[in-house]
Structures are given as C-alpha cells and as structure tokens.
Design a binder for this molecule. Sequence first.
Ligand code: G6P
Length: 628
Amino acid sequence: MKTYEIWKEFLTEQIHLHNSNEEIKNINRQLLQDLEECAALENAGEEIYERFYKDIEFGTGGLRGILGAGTNRLNIYTVAKATQGIADYIRAGEYRMDSPLRQKKNQAGTSVAISYDSRIYSEVFAKIAAQVLTANDIDVYLYEELMPTPALSFAVRQMDCSMGIMITASHNPAKYNGYKVYDDSGCQVTLTAAEKIFRYIERLDIFTDVKYSGGDGILNMLGDETVKNYLDAVQAESTLSSEEERKALSRLSVVYTPLNGTGNKPVRAILERIGVTKIAVVKEQELPDGHFPTCPYPNPEKREALELGLELCGRLAREAAASGQTADIPDILLATDPDCDRVGLAVCESSGRGEEGRNGKAKESRPVYRLLSGNEVGVLLFDFLIKKKAETGLKKNPCVITTIVSTRMTAAIAAKHGVRMILTLTGFKFIGEQIAFLENENREAEFLFGFEESYGYLSGTYVRDKDAVNGSMLICEMAAYYKEKGLTLADRLEELYQEYGYFKNHLIDFTFEGSKGMEIMNQLMQRFREELPSRLIGRPILEVADYQKQERYFLNEDGQPSGSVCINLPKSDVIEVVLEGGSSFTVRPSGTEPKIKIYLSAKGNTAQESEKVIVDLTEELTKIVHRK
Ligand SMILES: O=P(O)(O)OC[C@H]1O[C@H](O)[C@H](O)[C@@H](O)[C@@H]1O
C-alpha cells in the first residue's frame, strides 16, 4: 500500500511539472487514472497487491508484463528503470564478460540498438529507453519506424553495438508489452547475463536513480539503408538456384497477414524480391495496430489468429474457381506475429482445381486449408534445406539446432542425412548462443538451420534470433518447389511421416494468472516431480528427466530405479517423462506467459496410432492438472 501511495504522489507531481512534454504528461495522467480506477474496484486490495508485490521479472524473453501503473507492470518507469540497469551493466563493462563471443569486439565506445513493434506504447518505450541510454553517455541506434525483432538483432551486429533492446511482447495479447534484451552477438541474453542485469535493475530506485538527461550519448536513427542491408542478408539465404525456380515462385499464390504488426513491409519486400507476385494481404490486419482489433491474441500458434486469413483464402479460392482462374487459388497462408519473429502456415490441401491427388483419387472440389504446426513446418524446412544446401554441397558439415521441447523427428532426419544436431533448453536465445559458439570456432558456416516448436525458424547467421522474414521466404520457396512437382506441403509432410514414422506433437497449456497462479504452477511442477503414477495411458514410465536436478532417471517396468545419467544443460524447471514405446511429455512453466505448458510427443506406425496416444495423454494429464 505504501508503494501505491508513493506512486500516486509521484505521478501527481509529474503531471504538474512545468518542463515535461505533453505526451509524457498524458501518459502520467493515464497511469494515475489507472491507479485510481484500481482503488475503486471491489477487489482493490488484490489488484493493488498484484501491481506492487514485486518488480517485473526477466523471463524467457526479457521483461514481459501487463501495461499499467505499478512495479509489476510495463510502463515508462519500469522501462526506464530497466534501461538504467542496462546502462549500468554496460558501463561496468559486464556485457563484455558475459558476451558469448570469444573474440571481443573492438568498439570505440558503447552503443545500443533499439527497435519496437506496433504495440500500445512500444514507440514511447523505445524513445524513453533511448533517452535514458544517451543520458548515461551511451550512443543509440534507433529504427526510424517499427521494425521486426530480427531486424533489431541485425542492427546490433551491423552497427557493432554493445547490446540491443526490442520493445515488444511478441505474440501475447494486446494488454501486454515487453522488453527483449540482446547481447553484442545479436542474441537475446542468456541466463548469466539476464540474472546479472536483473540484479543491476533491482538495486535501483525507480524514481530517483534513473538518469533522463545530461549525458553525451548520441542518438542515431536507422533508416532505409539498414533495412536494405537486412533484407539483402535475408535474401542471401534464399535457396533459389535456377531461373525455373524463380518462375515457379511467380506461379505460387500466397495470402499473408502481418496480424497488425511489423511484418507488413519486410515480408512483402522479401517475397517480392524472390519473385512472388501473387500475394493478397488481409486488409483488416495489414496496418500496425497495437489493439489487434480483429485478433485479440495475435499468436500464429492459435487458429483464431489465422481465421481472417483463412476466410480470405476461401473467398479468393471460390472466386478463382468461379472465373476459371484456378491457378490463382491460394496455395498457402502465412501469418507473422506482431514482432515478426514467428510465422504460422496453412496449406491448401485440396485446391478444388479438379486435379488428381497423389493417391490417384480426384481431390475434393472445395478448397481445404490445413494448419501446420511449428514442428511440422520445422521438419519440412529442415528436410528442404538438406536437399537444397547439404546435398548440393553448399553446406559442409551441416548442423541443426533445436530445443528439448521440439519434435524428436528432427533427430531421425538428422541421423539419416549425417547432420549434426545440437539440443538446447527452450528459447531461441539458446539456439542463437550455440551459433555464437560455432562462430568462436570459425565454424558458423556449418549452421544449416535452427528451429523451435513455437513457430520460430532461422537459416543463416546474419541474425541470432528467429526470423519470420527469413521463414516466410523459405516457406514460399519450398511450397513453390513442391508445387512444381505436383505436391502440396501437406503431401510432402505425409511422405516424411511415411519415411521416418508418424511423429505427432501437441501442446496443451493451462493459464494461471497473478501471484496465486504462480503458487499453483509451482505446486503443479511439484506434483509432476513427485506424484506421478508408475503407469500412464496403460504404459509404464521408463524415464524421468528432471532438468532442475540435471539428472535423467531410468526406471524398470515395475517402476523401480535402474540408473541415471547427467543432463548436460543449464538448470531449468522442466520435467520430461518417457513412456514405454517412446511416447513422452515434457512439462514446464512458460517464461513468457502465465501458463504451464505440456508438450506431448508420440511416434506410431500410422497417424491414427500416434493421434490416439496424444488424445489419451491429453486426457490423463489434464486430469492430473485439475486434480484438487
Ligand atoms: O514457452 P515460453 O517460455 O513462453 O517461450 C516460448 C517462446 O517464446 C518466445 O517466442 C521466445 O522468443 C521463444 O524462444 C520461446 O520459445
């Protein structure tokens, strides 16, 4: 309650300051109003507690929180305080010690690149961050307009910056915003750096310890040239090797939605560059809008996010069929999230063009679009890149990097083609970090592909975070390549399943908001650690990996321990359970949303067999979660 009063007093003072600008005054008015409204609520005590019981924390993707007044909320003050912490961390030279790069950059001074997405207050937060940094004698490179997360990673590398900041809450709902922090390799800071930065931030007083003016830092704007360089770097990863392949792209029909985020310009630009000419954009979701009016949860993992895109596909397909222009029926739908690091995909399974399907039967006449999961797109792209880059000799000693919660099918494909596989904890930052380790050994050219199940893909080392501009380009090239062979991406996926087995994955998640939610999630993790039955879906549990203890335990069929091995990854609150037959599930609290996530994985000889395991596991695990 005390902190609440201090905030109210401070905000009131700020509103009456003579020299502050109108925009900031207005923001202060809104924050004050927010606090007053909160005090008028029936559950005021609880609301106020939620806002002030802790400082907003660093999770999987930096700071992420609900917009509003309070220390546990995202607002100009929590952003400024975080930035002051980062400035102190930089000025103490810590960023050099924590850099994953062995060959330290020889920078003349210190500098930070900043970008922001279309979210509410993103631009304001970016400017505040720039102001605090320059006040602390740190130069800033700020994009002139909103730009995707991968473009920020690119700017850090291109401008030789000490660090980077991206203002975004990625795919979270509109009420959220966030703050991703990058190291000098262009990768999101990993555990040690994140912890240290948090300590630098924690010791500051939010109102008295932040510098807003008086420093020598220079504010530089990043414009067309940097954007062009970024797009050149993306395009350098194109798989096109002949004029025919380029022509094939002009025959591909694409529907695209940037979901009111940052993707609109760069994704369209890259598709145009590689030769995609038939591209229809979902009008309602074309322009940046942080309220996401047609899509409250702009996450391409969710079907609702693709709904308008699917509607447009259906409409264009019907119009094309009716006018006899069946070549214009959309082949694929792409959807990028607000900061354009994730891309979702739906493919036309049966186009209504009246052609025969692969099995010789005539395809349905109504166009049907199928949503592919992040794992499915990941294995398709991995297989495609092997074909285009590894098998052609363009990539020597290739390596793929993926995470412990992503599909096990990657291992099967990698083994068959002699591709080295590196497994990391959840989060693309760990994939980016591995690329830096390759770079330290002058082996970054070996990096073929990195992906995670949460719709993140990257080929190329020009950035160190997932890149939906790169992903969109590769998906189009792959779709056009198979289209010329008479296959849809769904057909190609089926071929892969037939070759490697039906690996099916499914994610179930359970939301628990606020401080109480945190407690429940801790209890649930405890339950999965200590109270699992010896059998699930009628199969004995044969392995339990506790990543917090960095140990994998083996059990015999009677549930008795039969040995263990160490897990060679940093500690993490993750439990993985493997059943007889190889099906498994992994439980962890999300680091970006108030959720427990359970990743299910099954491998069967037929799609039905795997799907049954997924359905049965979903049912049993849901019961365990809901058990009182
Ligand atoms: O499961 P979470 O901790 O919420 O993280 C899910 C994903 O969130 C963001 O998109 C990160 O950039 C990813 O690297 C991460 O995998």
